[in-house]
Design a protein around this ligand. Structure first.
Ligand SMILES: CC(=O)N[C@H](C=O)[C@@H](O)[C@H](O)[C@H](O)COP(=O)(O)O
Length: 228
């Protein structure tokens, strides 16, 4: 789905909420995730991010803001929209932005990132958000044609430490590198202050998932604090 440059620009400085439930969890149904996404929009989310083809379709119908779609297949290595066919399926489901693994790792279909992004651009109107784990990933992804760079995989690929909160050092480094495309802070942003700090470090927009949309985790944080 086409997102105009001004619609993309409208996300500057804004909150994007990721609504995802994991396999086996009670909330893992597309209707529920679309309702959670729509609730986040009422609270001020300027865009939403959802996982799974049907979740993208249902969420497109439930909100008027841009939808970032992804398809997780597996849970190790390259699993966030791992192949070109996953990416095209997400685009065809109606995502304005397809989020995909933007690392330099080998992809299961043998295509490289540049070929994968080119296929999305040639065969759909969707933009591509490259979920990166390091500066080297981000530079490579920009070169490969990514429209947005996310820090989604920082701390999950071995190239960066898994920081307690967001990887603000990586964000600052990326911001100083003048990527030329929007830099999206994503990953372990658990408080409003951390979201603010991510913007201050140079992010264009901030994605928050778990801390807003994953009740099991949030409940566990409270429970752990009370048992300490
Ligand atoms: C590494 C990985 O698989 N990240 C996923 C990507 O879509 C999601 O599981 C995260 O919830 C999302 O990135 C938002 O991050 P956080 O939930 O930390 O706010």
């Amino acid at each position: 789905m086409l997102l105009t440059p001004s619609e993309l620009e409208a996300l500057r400085g804004r909150l994007i909420v990721s609504a995802q439930a994991y396999p086996g969890e009670p909330m893992r149904t597309p209707t529920t995730m679309a309702q959670v996404a729509a609730s986040a929009v009422i609270g001020g989310a300027a865009a939403v991010r959802v996982q799974g083809i049907v979740d993208v379709q249902f969420t497109r119908s439930a909100v008027e803001v841009p939808v970032i779609g992804l398809w997780k297949d597996g849970h190790d290595g390259v699993f966030i929209t791992p192949t070109a066919s996953h990416a095209l399926a997400v685009a065809n489901a109606g995502a304005h932005i397809v989020a995909l693994d933007g690392t330099r790792r080998e992809r299961p279909d043998g295509l490289d990132l540049k070929q994968t992004i080119a296929m999305v651009h040639e065969q759909s109107h969707a933009l591509v958000m490259a979920d990166c784990g390091s500066l080297a990933d981000a530079l490579n992804a920009v070169e490969a044609g990514a429209d947005l760079i996310g820090t989604t995989l920082a701390g999950y690929t071995g190239e960066r430490p898994k920081t307690e909160g967001p990887d603000l050092d990586l964000l600052a480094t990326l911001a100083a590198s003048d990527l030329g495309v929007p830099l999206i802070a994503e990953g372990r942003i658990h408080t409003p202050a951390q979201a603010r700090a991510a913007l201050d470090a140079g992010a264009f927009a901030v994605v928050v998932g778990t801390a807003i949309t994953h009740p099991a985790s949030i409940t566990g944080w409270f429970d752990a604090a009370m048992q300490a």
